[in-house]
Design a binder for this molecule. Structure first.
Ligand SMILES: [Zn+2]
Length: 486
């Protein structure tokens, strides 16, 4: 894809720290999904007058670990701020968050994330990492924010710990935003601080501007795939407007994923409109060197180290290892499949070049497929046993991926179609020709000698190859050899 240097994209990523047991400032359980609306709440997360917040210490640990993974500079004294706004998702009329500048200190500033882009390493700078509380969840029962006549509010989500990661505007295309986010997601999942396959656990605000024109913010995009779509739409929309000589004004827009368009939400607030001030109910949190040292020793294996280990331990090529660790579920899938099949290189090869390619072409994530690691191992075993050819293996792969049926089962059920495949027999014939040069030269001279070759094909396929087709293929091959001799 062509790199578009006119486009500048910066992202604000909100990650729910789902592996925490409780919310950020109270002891309500953090697992609110599937619960009756407004049942997982207390005076603190409902924002009742007089209720006092207490910081979840583990949330600080998790945020520091994210900062370490992104090579950010960790502030030793962090301060919480109130960000004021009036909205039904925030009953206190302010959100407890962090603020950079004016005495505010988020968890960390600076940092970087490197990812593989068109064969080389690309760097996106991190501006800051902070902790804040999630607002309540608003539901628009009869459609979207625009069309629904009323809104329902569920405070179960209110007060869930969010890590906010803000990048510099270093991203150059919607596709690049997607690759960046996939890498970030993989890092966070490897850290063990969040399960980002949960609905709404990773939400992105995307800022995009074209060649020095005002920046537009698309708010609250719910998945990595949708970020790419929303940005692609937004860039075309802005370019069209500029072409017509229209003024693109600084504003906040909403991504309507059903219609595939962005719609204006409000004119963008300036930071000062939020009237930030220090949260008087929370003292500053001191982060000691000892704490950072202890957390460094607790850091698990991250995607880059894991890729190196795949190369070292399993002999997987660099390029394939990088692709595999770009998603934690995919990397876990690979390591699981290796337990069932002795040749990790072939597993990696088929995973990247066949499974992933097929999924990517259809915009499907590995977690959405029903294939089990054992299935991939089984498919390769079937090829090794010469029960099926590699071509047929590739042909039945989509069925394994989407339906989760064991390859052996598919072969058993569809035996005839699988085994009468012309290319399968052709592969065996090629093998038989290679191993029996004398029989081949006999057959070239005397037609009757062909029976030996047919017999060999039958032996390899245990009699399952179609005899007429086998004879036809052998004759064709002999004919082409004769042609070559002449
Ligand atoms: Zn609570």
């Amino acid at each position: 894809m062509k790199m578009n240097c006119d486009v500048k994209i910066g992202l604000e990523i909100h990650v729910q720290l789902t592996e925490l047991k409780t919310k950020l400032f109270c002891s309500c359980p953090s697992n609110y999904r599937g619960k009756t609306p407004n049942s997982v709440v207390c005076p603190v997360c409902l924002g009742l007058p007089g209720a006092l917040p207490v910081v979840n210490d583990r949330a600080i640990d998790f945020a520091v670990m994210i900062a370490l993974a992104l090579k950010s500079k960790i502030n030793r004294e962090i301060v919480f701020y109130r960000k004021h706004y009036f909205y039904p998702d925030m009953s206190k009329n302010f959100q407890i968050t962090q603020f950079e500048g004016g005495g505010g200190a988020p968890i960390a500033v600076g940092g970087e994330l490197l990812f593989d882009w068109e064969g080389s390493s690309y760097r996106v700078r991190i501006r800051r990492i902070s902790l804040e509380e999630d607002p309540a969840k608003l539901t628009y029962p009869t459609g979207s924010i625009i069309t629904s006549p009323y809104t329902l509010v569920d405070y179960n989500r209110s007060g869930i710990a969010l890590a906010e990661i803000v990048t510099e505007p270093d991203i150059r295309s919607p596709r690049m935003a997607r690759v960046f986010l996939a890498k970030l997601r993989s890092i966070i999942e490897h850290l063990g601080v969040a399960d980002l396959s949960l609905e709404g656990s990773m939400r992105v605000d995307a800022n995009v501007s074209i060649k020095g024109h005002p920046r537009i913010e698309v708010k609250n995009i719910g998945s990595i795939k949708e970020v790419e779509r929303a940005l692609a739409y937004e860039i075309v929309r802005q370019k069209e407007a500029l072409k017509k000589g229209l003024h693109v004004k600084m504003e906040t827009r909403h991504w309507d994923s059903t219609r595939g368009v962005t719609v204006p939400l409000r004119v963008k607030e300036e930071e000062q409109d939020y009237r930030y001030f220090p949260e008087p109910d929370l003292p500053p949190v001191i982060i000691t060197d000892d704490r950072i040292t202890r957390l460094k020793t607790l850091m698990p294996e991250l995607p880059e180290e894991r890729a190196k280990r795949f190369v070292r331990e399993y002999g997987v090529p660099d390029t394939e290892a990088i692709v595999i660790v770009s998603s934690k579920p995919l990397a876990d899938f690979f390591e699981e499949a290796v337990k069932y099949y002795r040749n990790p290189k072939r597993i990696a090869n088929m995973l990247v070049n066949d499974v992933l390619r097929w999924l990517n072409e259809r915009d499907i994530e590995i977690e959405e497929s029903k294939m089990k690691p054992q299935h991939l191992a089984e498919l390769l075993e079937l090829v090794d046993e010469k029960t099926i050819s590699i071509k047929i293996a590739k042909r039945i792969l989509p069925k394994v991926i989407m339906e989760g049926i064991s390859p052996r089962e598919i072969v058993r059920r569809e035996k005839v179609t699988v085994l009468s495949e012309e290319d399968y027999i052709a592969e065996i014939v090629e093998e038989v020709f290679k191993q029996n040069p004398k029989a081949v030269s006999d057959a070239l001279r005397e037609e009757k000698a062909i029976h030996f070759l047919v017999g060999q094909v039958m032996r390899v396929t245990r009699g399952r190859a179609d005899p007429n087709l086998t004879i036809e293929i052998i004759k064709k091959r002999l004919q082409s050899l004769k042609g070559g001799v002449r």
